[in-house]
Design a protein around this ligand. Structure first.
Ligand SMILES: Cc1ncc(COP(=O)(O)O)c(C=O)c1O
Length: 397
C-alpha cells in the first residue's frame, strides 16, 4: 500500500463546474469568482471576501493596503512556510521573527511583545497547519500600539477559536485582514488560489482594485457595455486575479466543508487514540480554546528515542508511507542568509544568525527538527490509516 500526504478528493461536481465555465465562454475572473467570494465570506463569517491568485500574493497585497512601506518592520514568525516571510520582503519591509509556542506551533504573544521595534508597522501572525494562534493575546498587544494584524490563515479554513465562550471561525477576520490558500494540500483546492477576508468595505474595495491593475472599469463591465468604454488605470498595480475556472472548482468543495472538517477531525481523533502510547512519537495536544481543521497532523519525537526524525521518515518512505518534516524556519533557509531579518532583540549572536540559527528562536528550531507530519486527508480510508499506524508501530523503538 502507498499512502501519500494528500489525495485529491475532486469528483463529478468539480468536473461539472469546470465544464459549465468552459461552455459559458467566460473563463477569466467573472461571475463564478463573485459567487465563490460570497459563499466563502458566508462560510467563515466575514463581511467581505476578495479572491486572488494565491495566498502569497494575498499576504503581499494585505501588507500593502495595511500601509507597510519599504524600510518598515513586520513582526511575524520564521516557523512557517517561507511564503509568509517572502511576502514581507516583497513589500520591501524587514521580517522580525518571533518565536512560537510549542503546543500550537504559533506566535508566542510574550515574545511578540518583546520584538516590537520603533519601526514595526504591522503584525503578520499565522494559523499554522490549521491550529489557530492566540489571537486575543496578539490583538491585546497590537491594539494599544495601533498596529494592524494580518492573519496568515493559508491552512486554516474552518478552524475555530473560542473567544469569550463563543466558538468563532478563523477569517471573520479577528485582525484587520485574513488570507487563505487553495493550494492542493489545503482542505479546499482550486489548483492554486487565494482569498482575503475583511470587515472593512474600503479595504475590500481597494483590494479589488489593486488585484486588477487598478483598472477603473473592470473587464466584465466593459464586456457587457453597449457603448464604447475605454480603460483607465489609477495607479501602478498588479494582476493577482483568480479565474472563473478555479472559482467554479472551489465552490462545490466549499459546500462540502462541514463534512470535510468532520471527517478530518475523526481521522485526527483516531490517530490520537492509536498513537497515545507510541514509544517514539507523541500525538499533538489541541488546547481547549481551539479546534483545528487538521490540515496537517503533526507528531513529535519523544525525548531520548533511538531514531532520528530523518531515520523515521526514511523508514516510513521505504514502507510506502509519505511524511513531511516539521514546518520550516525561514531564518535558516539559504534565501535568508543574506536577506535582512531580525529576531527583534539586537544585538543578537550574528555568527549564529549567519549559520542559520538564532538563540531567540529555540522553539521554532526544535519544532522543525522534532516534528513529523503524517498523512491525513479527507477520503483516507480506515485501512489506509490502519496501515500508517501499523507501520509506525513496527518502527524499531
Ligand atoms: C502558512 C502558509 N502561508 C502561505 C502559504 C502560501 O500559499 P500559496 O501557495 O497559496 O501561495 C502557505 C502555503 O502552503 C502556507 O502554508
Amino acid at each position: 500500500m502507498q499512502i501519500p500526504m494528500v489525495r485529491l478528493a475532486l469528483g463529478d461536481a468539480e468536473v461539472e463546474a469546470a465544464s459549465r465555465v468552459i461552455r459559458s465562454g467566460w473563463v477569466a475572473q467573472g461571475p463564478e469568482v463573485a459567487a465563490f467570494e460570497r459563499e466563502f465570506a458566508a462560510a467563515v463569517g466575514a463581511s467581505f471576501a476578495v479572491a486572488v491568485s494565491n495566498c502569497t500574493v494575498a499576504l503581499e497585497l494585505c501588507l500593502r493596503v495595511a500601509g507597510v512601506r519599504p524600510g518598515d518592520d513586520v513582526a511575524t514568525v520564521s516557523h512557517s512556510f517561507i511564503a509568509t516571510a517572502n511576502a514581507v520582503v516583497a513589500v520591501g519591509a524587514r521580517p522580525i521573527f518571533v518565536d512560537v509556542q510549542p503546543d500550537t506551533y504559533n506566535m508566542d504573544p510574550a515574545a511578540l511583545a518583546r520584538a516590537i521595534t520603533p519601526r514595526t508597522r504591522a503584525i503578520l501572525c499565522v494559523h499554522q497547519i490549521g491550529f489557530p494562534c492566540d489571537l486575543p493575546a496578539i490583538l491585546a498587544i497590537a491594539r494599544p500600539r495601533g498596529l494592524p494584524v494580518i492573519e496568515d490563515a493559508a491552512c486554516a479554513i474552518g478552524s475555530e477559536i473560542r473567544i469569550d465562550g463563543d466558538w468563532q471561525r478563523i477569517g471573520r477576520p479577528h485582525g484587520r485582514l485574513a488570507c487563505f490558500s487553495f493550494h492542493p494540500r489545503k482542505l479546499v483546492t482550486t489548483g492554486d488560489g487565494g482569498m482575503i477576508t475583511t470587515a472593512d468595505p474600503s479595504l475590500a474595495e481597494r483590494l479589488r482594485l489593486l488585484r486588477q491593475h487598478a483598472m477603473l472599469v473592470p473587464s466584465t463591465a466593459r464586456h457587457e457595455s453597449r457603448s464604447v468604454t475605454l480603460e483607465s488605470f489609477s495607479e501602478p498595480a498588479f494582476n493577482f486575479r483568480m479565474t472563473d475556472l478555479q472559482a467554479a472548482v472551489g465552490r462545490p468543495q466549499l459546500a462540502r466543508l462541514a463534512a470535510i472538517i468532520a471527517e478530518r477531525r475523526a481521522l485526527a481523533a483516531r490517530y490520537n487514540e492509536t498513537l497515545a502510547d507510541h514509544p517514539l512519537l507523541a500525538p499533538p495536544t489541541e488546547p481547549a480554546w481551539l479546534r483545528s481543521n487538521w490540515q496537517s497532523y503533526p507528531v513529535t519525537l519523544r525525548p531520548g528515542g533511538r531514531m532520528s526524525q530523518i531515520e523515521i521518515m526514511q523508514l516510513l518512505l521505504d514502507r510506502g508511507v509519505a511524511s513531511r518534516r516539521g514546518i520550516g524556519n525561514a531564518h535558516a533557509e539559504p534565501a535568508y542568509a543574506k536577506a535582512a531579518w531580525s529576531c527583534g532583540q539586537e544585538p543578537c549572536d550574528l555568527a549564529a544568525h549567519a549559520a542559520g540559527r538564532c538563540l531567540r528562536l529555540p522553539v521554532s528550531e526544535h519544532a522543525r527538527d522534532n516534528t513529523i507530519l503524517l498523512p491525513l486527508f479527507h477520503g483516507m480510508s480506515p485501512a489506509e490509516q490502519d496501515f500508517v499506524v501499523a507501520t509506525l508501530r513496527a518502527l524499531p523503538g
